[in-house]
Design a protein around this ligand. Structure first.
Ligand code: PAF
Length: 283
């Protein structure tokens, strides 16, 4: 596995691979890799000739008072995991190279970013879409893989890719869960044992919602109320949002249908977790 830190060198390396006719599969991450990332890499390995992983804790997607400084980092461990997963090229740039002095250009997707996590984390998606555009320009991938746990992020990136005519196929991969159902996240390491066990309320609530919908309940308000009651039965849970939305537009859906997704964000202590499910699919 090659490791490249320099932006220009990476761009030249990827351009050369493209010119040799290699199909580039790209998995952008902020590192601290887990089984969710591994599933993206495994799929990328199958679909591409050159598997590229980026590890970059992107400062522009963190708001004031968020966990940029404490975000878990372990490049040595991540490099070993990446190599074992068959990564050909690991790109790990420094923030000063990605955002040099005088940097002034941002990509903003309107509408889709005004709701859900966009409302709670102003500027977050602007940072995500800016860095993903930059990474696409540097890596020039044929396809890029993202996890469906960040459902809104995936919808925003799909919109951006279409709107800007970026020649990249966007692939969304299913959520990977721990054996007990907690969705994999690099932020799970922040949870105390008590919070970790209370956080299982999220998957329990998603399962409850699915059961209600599949049992014939069509009112989003009724389902959201049941989900909310299940979550607040945990003493440390603070709900940020629970919404039932249309899968592409992320508009609230008062009456649930086959295209409805339940999305939630809940804080346990200082750790904010997100999760989601299609209501007519089993979690
Ligand atoms: O999902 C993530 O890890 C990040 O938001 C991404 C897409 C790598 C951009 O920094």
């Amino acid at each position: 596995m090659e490791i490249i830190n320099d932006v220009n060198q990476m761009q030249q390396r990827c351009l050369a691979a493209r010119q040799q006719g290699q199909r580039i599969a790209f998995v952008p991450t902020m590192g601290y890799l887990h089984a969710g990332h591994r599933s993206l890499l495994e799929e990328g390995r199958k679909r591409g000739d050159l598997l590229v992983l980026s590890i970059f804790v992107n400062p522009t997607q963190f708001g004031q008072g968020e966990d940029l400084d404490s975000y878990p980092r372990d490049l040595t461990r991540d490099s070993a995991l990446a190599e074992a997963a068959g990564v050909d090229l690991l790109f790990a740039p420094e923030a000063q190279q990605m955002y040099p002095r005088g940097y002034a250009t941002y990509v903003d997707v309107e509408g889709l970013t005004d709701t859900l996590c966009g409302r709670s984390r102003p500027g977050h998606f602007r940072g995500v879409t800016t860095v993903v555009t930059k990474l696409f320009t540097i890596v020039q991938p044929h396809l890029a893989l993202f996890g469906c746990k960040d459902f809104q992020q995936l919808a925003v990136i799909r919109r951006m890719t279409v709107d800007l005519n970026l020649p990249v196929e966007i692939i969304g991969m299913p959520i990977v869960r721990e054996a007990d159902g907690l969705a994999m996240s690099s932020r799970n390491v922040y949870l105390s044992p008590q919070e970790r066990s209370q956080a299982l309320a999220l998957v329990a609530a998603l399962r409850l919602a699915g059961k209600l919908a599949r049992g014939g309940e069509s009112s989003a308000a009724t389902i959201i109320k049941a989900v909310s009651e299940r979550i607040v039965s945990e003493p440390d849970a603070q709900i940020d949002y629970i919404h039932i939305c249309q899968k592409d537009t992320l508009e609230d859906q008062p009456v649930v249908g086959r295209d409805s997704v339940l999305l939630l964000a809940v804080k346990f202590g200082n750790t904010r977790l997100i999760d989601n499910t299609y209501l007519f699919e089993e979690v």
